[in-house]
Each structure stands twice: as structure tokens, then as C-alpha cells.
Design a protein around this ligand. Structure first.
Ligand code: DON
Length: 305
């Protein structure tokens, strides 16, 4: 398959739609300033073939895509012990919802909603790891130095009242071991990491390689095959929040989105893909990114189903 032709075609088809659908994430002031008429797409096959189109080399705020890296980091050290604090069920609610935490005694439904990622950050601190380890891990996976966006981290720390509420709520149930401020410092910084579509398509590659390092070579495995399969299952069922059913229905791939407008998708055993366009739909997923993934699976026939 000529992936470059497929990606060029998708970028050309979507260009007229840029700026016509969705809204940037204005609840984080630093993200509200991102120009909306941008679109990038990049993929890397399990054998290392790459293709990309549009603004694929423009860094953007990875936001909740970072939950993939923090989960992987925690899982490879804790394995099944991680699930004592975090569930594995789709929430069917918005990513920042508080409602289920009350009836479920401070145990988040899954590691991809905000409450779940905050619980993962607490587990990282318990392992002696922190924000710099998440950053270094993402850099190790894509093979390039990457950085936090200090402005985005500060912007979110100044306005993240809901995340503060979620963390305090979990703390009140005895489900966070560390100080709320320390846990949120990890969480806000991991969300502020800036990466390009090409870097994310590379970094996620272990998910299409049964846990082997995305760049192959002499690198150790990132996680084992069983763990990689389970992360893919969680991405399919929980990675796009209350749109996960629609994503499975229309796209049929494990996906993880972020409110910076990025979406990472996995075709197990075949390739990883990253799309980016900043305007979001009502569920906090990139509106044009979602269209791009629909076009990609329609044109290539690739799906887990
Ligand atoms: O905590 C927040 O609200 C953001 N830092 C991340 C949310 C996010 O990316 C949800 N994804 N679609």
C-alpha cells in the first residue's frame, strides 16, 4: 500500500474544512490561542516505513495523549497491581466528570479520564518517578528530545479547578497517597508536553509491535505483549471518552485523543498513526482529526474488526 498517497489525499480533502468545524479548547487559556486552520497526519509501520502530510512537523500540546505514556510507565513497573486503584470500564461521561467518583468511592473508571490519569500520576510518585520521567520516556520512545510547554503548564495550573476538585475528592476517599499539589504538578506538566504528529506516530509504535521499542534496534522492550494488548483494549473502549462507542463504530481502531487536537491511533501488528487539528467537537476530540481517521480506515480497509 502506498501510504504517502493515502495521507496526501486525506490532507487535500480536509483542507477546505479547516476552520469550519469545532472549537479550540478555550477552557485552557494557552490553548485558546492556537490557530485553528492547521492539520497534520503521520504514520509509521511496524517495519519503520514512514509517511506524513500537512503540518506533521508542527509541535502541539499532547494533553491527554500523555496519559498513554504515564499509564505505560506505571504498568511496566506495577503490572496488575495498578488496577487496585483504577478501573478498566468506559465512563460514558465527559473526561473531566466528577459524578462517578462519588458513588464509586474515589476509584476512577479508567486511566484515560482525568481522574484516572491523576491516580496514575500518584502511582508514579509512589514509584519514585515524576514529571521528568514521563517526559524522558516519551522522548526515549520517539528517539528525539522533547520538552514541556511551560506556558501551557502554568495556564492549566492557574485554571484547573476541576482537576483540583477531582484530586481532592480522591484524596478524601484515601485513594491518593501524595499531596494533591504534587500529583497535579506531574499531571499538568505531562499534559503540557509538546510533540509533533511524526514524533507521536513514532512514540506510540510499541503498541503495534507487541510492546517492542518503536525504533527497534538494540532497545529493550517497552512492555510485554500482554500489556500492549491491554493498553490497546483500553484505548478502544476508553481512549476517546464518551465518544468511544462512536469511534469504534466509525473508525474501528484503538485511539487516544487530547484536547490539543491530537489523536493517536493503532492498527495492531501493522502501524501507528497520529492526526492533529486543533478544533474539537463537543466530546473534546479533534473534529477534523476524527474525519481524517474515518477517511484513513475507509481508504485502507484497516480496522481491528
Ligand atoms: O486536564 C485537562 O482537562 C487537560 N489537561 C487534558 C484533557 C484532555 O486532553 C482530554 N482529551 N480529550
Amino acid at each position: 500500500m502506498n501510504y504517502q498517497t493515502v495521507l496526501d489525499d486525506i490532507a487535500n480533502r480536509l483542507a477546505p474544512l479547516l476552520g469550519t468545524e469545532g472549537r479550540v479548547a478555550d477552557y485552557i487559556p494557552a490553548l485558546a490561542r492556537v490557530p485553528v486552520r492547521q492539520f497534520g497526519i503521520a504514520l509509521r509501520t511496524r517495519d519503520g516505513v514512514e509517511a506524513a502530510a500537512g503540518d506533521f512537523d508542527t509541535p502541539f500540546s499532547i494533553q491527554s495523549i500523555s496519559k498513554l505514556f504515564s499509564l505505560t510507565l506505571a504498568l511496566r513497573r506495577l503490572d496488575d497491581a495498578l488496577w487496585q486503584r483504577i478501573g478498566r470500564e468506559p465512563s460514558g461521561n465527559p473526561f473531566n466528570s466528577l459524578v462517578q467518583l462519588e458513588t464509586e468511592h474515589g476509584v476512577p473508571r479508567n486511566p484515560f479520564i482525568n481522574a484516572g490519569a491523576i491516580a496514575v500520576a500518584d502511582r508514579l510518585l509512589a514509584l519514585g518517578l515524576g514529571k521528568h520521567d514521563v517526559l524522558a520516556f516519551a522522548g526515549h520512545l520517539c528517539g528525539e528530545a522533547i520538552a514541556f510547554d511551560a506556558e501551557v503548564a502554568a495556564s492549566e495550573a492557574a485554571t484547573g479547578f476541576r482537576n483540583l476538585a477531582l484530586a481532592n475528592f480522591m484524596k478524601s476517599f484515601g485513594k491518593l497517597d501524595h499531596a494533591v499539589a504534587d500529583v497535579l504538578d506531574v499531571y499538568f506538566h505531562q499534559c503540557s508536553i509538546a510533540m509533533t504528529c511524526r514524533q507521536l506516530a513514532r512514540a506510540a509504535g510499541y503498541l503495534c509491535r507487541d510492546g517492542a521499542h518503536p525504533l527497534g534496534g538494540g532497545f529493550d522492550a517497552v512492555i510485554n505483549e500482554r500489556q500492549a494488548r491491554r493498553i490497546n483494549a483500553l484505548m478502544l473502549t476508553c481512549g476517546t471518552y464518551d465518544a468511544a462507542g462512536e469511534f469504534a463504530f466509525c473508525i474501528g481502531l484503538p485511539c487516544k485523543s487530547g484536547v490539543g487536537g491530537g489523536i493517536v491511533a493503532v492498527v495492531p501488528d501493522t502501524l501507528t498513526l497520529c492526526v492533529w487539528s486543533p478544533a474539537l467537537d463537543a466530546t473534546g476530540n479533534s473534529a477534523i482529526g476524527r474525519r481524517a481517521l474515518e477517511l484513513f480506515t475507509a481508504q485502507t480497509g484497516l480496522s481491528v474488526f
